[in-house]
Write a protein that binds this ligand. Structure first.
Ligand code: ADP
Ligand code: MG
Length: 618
């Protein structure tokens, strides 16, 4: 199958195009390519020499959106409309992030705790996918500016522990930014590739990748055999990173300068200033033994030793995670062949020394630790570009496979470009009380609405025992075997009834048709995303209206006349908007109804209803 490029601007097909590697980081993001002449991976730098784009988005009063260094300036002064760490929210429900709610200075919507989170800025609602796509768009724009050519294809990295939903969300963000995401690669795998590990066929190596970024710490143990990367174990702390080093320094400085903790917390500009100084100190202490600065016209010093004493407990914590990862992989320290340093915070010499001491060997640190993941992504992109000639139909699924969910949406179980054999499963539930059959429709394609995709098969799982809506658990599993045959199985887990169907996804599909479907998905990415968000909001609204209705009916005597009237008013408004309103209007009305019903819903939580509100409905 020939390789084909898609020019997003003109919608035309073109040959020969550069594939970029993107590190979409929690704190910083960047792009790398294989240099056309030197054939070595290089990061793309703006004229100011800066490759890192802070993963921060600022929404201005007048509807302006800025990403990067400029947006970062607003973190402290405009916390409600400056979004950082969107990556932490990818593929997450509110329940997943509840324990760290205070970490987010912006509004993370907390009703409907089981469905995917959204962020509210003013009267607009953003999914983490949309937020990440804004960062990717900025990276794409910069890359095009630097390379003076269209950039439409990318490899994007994700943490090794990202699950299917988080990987799919990352793919969607890429698509929404106008990028064809050829592969999602694990960050530690990319880091290994950047150091040339796994590039020769005969090599077998066990590698530890220590990644300490701005807000997260990951340790991954990989086994590389014949160019195949296997993640043996991962461990870490999703709320530990360089930012915590900064905070320790801020506290130290405050003490030194005679400010109370409450003074620095209440005075934004003081805090902001101290934070800048702390970061400067930290970075300088990576090069020098002592920092000398001036605060309020007085000279002050901070020694490297002081800093190391401050961060020692945090570094110890990361080492404990390394121990856990080794134990999970059932490996001894002596069995680790290589240790790779990743993440800006490993520039701190004490971190490097502690890791080297623990693993009892020198660590790989020749490449810039905050660039190494992007560099490796570029290496992977190049491999794909070179091997693309005829492998597409051989060992990967050329189009995504999924099923239809409520509102006619496509729910992808096996994303395109997955290695064959591939397996995936997900649980669904019923929509109506006593529903005995569930229709399962299998589709192939990249569009968000099934009507734009290709239908492969459909069958009904019948004989589901009578249960309230939301209670049955139907596990739908997809298996694409080595011959490319897709087996879809549906099983109701409580009763054990099951049914399955076999299809040949590629049957009757030419290469040109596959290409056209891919092209369509990118040219329609924006409107698709819009429709999906709208349908999701409508579905959420319908379920909420339904359950609230039942709730009011059943608990008539528990509500005061005032409560009832207020609720019906909010329901009427929502009902009207379901058919005519925009996604944001519907979302706002959902919020309002939830606000009203929450107090008495809590009072009268009914088990059947509470479960009916959970889970996806087919
Ligand atoms: P992420 O992977 O989370 O997006 P990075 O790998 O870019 O993040 O790491 C960002 C962190 O690295 C920040 O906390 C930053 O302060 C820290 N950092 C950057 N340069 C240095 C340095 N010279 N010394 C110590 N820490 C640094
Ligand atoms: Mg990183």
């Amino acid at each position: 199958m020939a390789k084909i490029g898609i020019n997003i601007a003109t919608g035309s097909l073109q040959q020969q195009e550069m594939i970029v590697g993107i590190d979409l980081g929690t704190t910083n993001s960047l792009v790398a390519i294989i240099h056309p002449e030197s054939k070595k991976p290089v990061v793309l730098k703006e004229f100011d020499g800066n490759a890192l784009v802070p993963s921060v988005i600022h929404f201005g009063e007048a509807g302006t959106v800025t990403v990067g260094d400029e947006a970062r300036q607003y973190l402290i002064s405009e916390p409600h409309n400056t979004i950082f760490s969107a990556k932490r929210l990818m593929g997450k429900s509110y329940n997943d992030v509840r324990d760290h709610a205070s970490y987010f200075t912006y509004k993370v919507i907390d009703d409907n705790t089981e469905s995917l989170v959204k962020v509210q800025v003013g009267d607009r609602f953003y999914s983490p996918i949309e937020l990440s796509s804004l960062i990717l768009k900025e990276l794409k724009k910069r890359a095009e500016h630097i390379l003076k050519t269209q950039v439409t294809k990318a490899v994007i990295t994700v943490p090794a522990y990202f699950n299917d939903a988080q990987r799919q969300a990352t793919r969607d963000a890429g698509k929404l930014a106008g990028l064809d995401v050829l592969r999602i690669v694990n960050e530690p795998t990319a880091a290994s590739l950047a150091y040339g590990l796994g590039m020769s066929k005969e090599e077998t190596k066990t590698v530890a990748v220590y990644d300490l970024g701005g807000g997260t710490f990951d340790i991954s143990i990989l086994r590389i055999t014949n160019g195949i990367f296997e993640v043996l174990s991962t461990n870490g702390d999703t709320y530990l990173g360089g930012d915590d080093f900064d905070h320790l320094l801020i506290r130290h400085l405050a003490e030194k300068f005679g400010y109370t903790a409450s003074a620095i917390m209440s005075d934004k500009s003081l805090f902001s200033h101290l934070r800048q100084v702390a970061e400067k100190i930290k970075k300088e202490l990576s090069e020098k033994d002592e920092f000398t600065g001036i605060w309020m016209e007085k000279v002050f010093k901070v020694s490297r030793k002081t800093f190391e004493d401050l961060i020692q407990p945090l570094v110890d914590k990361t080492i404990q995670c390394c121990k856990n990862a080794l134990a999970d992989a059932q490996l001894d320290i002596s069995q680790i062949d290589e240790v790779i340093m990743v993440g800006g915070s490993t520039r701190t010499p004490f971190v490097k020394a502690s890791v080297s001491k623990f693993f009892n060997k020198p660590v790989h640190d020749a490449l810039n630790p905050d660039e190494v993941v992007a560099l490796g992504a570029a290496v992977q992109a190049d491999i794909l570009a070179g091997n693309n000639k005829d492998f597409l139909l051989l060992d990967i699924t050329p189009l995504s496979l999924g099923i239809e969910t409520m509102g006619g949406l496509m729910d992808v179980l096996i994303p395109r470009n997955s290695k064959i054999p591939a397996k995936a499963g997900r649980q669904y539930t019923t929509q109506k009380d006593g529903q005995s059959g569930m229709r399962i429709s299998v589709y192939q394609g990249e569009r968000d609405l099934v009507r734009d995709n290709r239908k492969l098969a459909g069958f009904t799982l019948s004989g589901i025992p009578a249960m309230p809506a939301g209670l049955p658990k139907v596990e739908i599993s997809f298996l694409v075997n080595a011959d490319g045959i897709l087996v879809v199985k549906a099983k109701e887990l409580r009763s054990g009834i099951e049914q399955s169907v076999e299809v040949k996804p590629q049957y009757g599909l030419t290469d040109e048709q596959v290409e056209k479907m891919l092209l369509d998905s990118i040219t329609h990415a924006k409107e698709d995303m819009h429709t999906r968000a709208l349908v999701e909001a409508q579905t959420e609204a319908k379920i909420l209206l339904d359950t609230t209705h039942q709730f009011i009916d059943k608990n008539r005597s528990f509500l005061s006349a005032g409560e009832r009237e207020q609720t019906l008013g909010a329901m009427n408004l929502l009902q009207k908007l379901v058919d005519t309103g925009s996604k944001d209007e519907i979302q706002t009305a959902i919020e309002q109804l939830n606000e009203i019903s929450r107090p008495y819903a809590e009072r009268l939580m009914d088990h059947a209803i509470s479960t009916a509100m959970k889970g996806k409905k087919v």
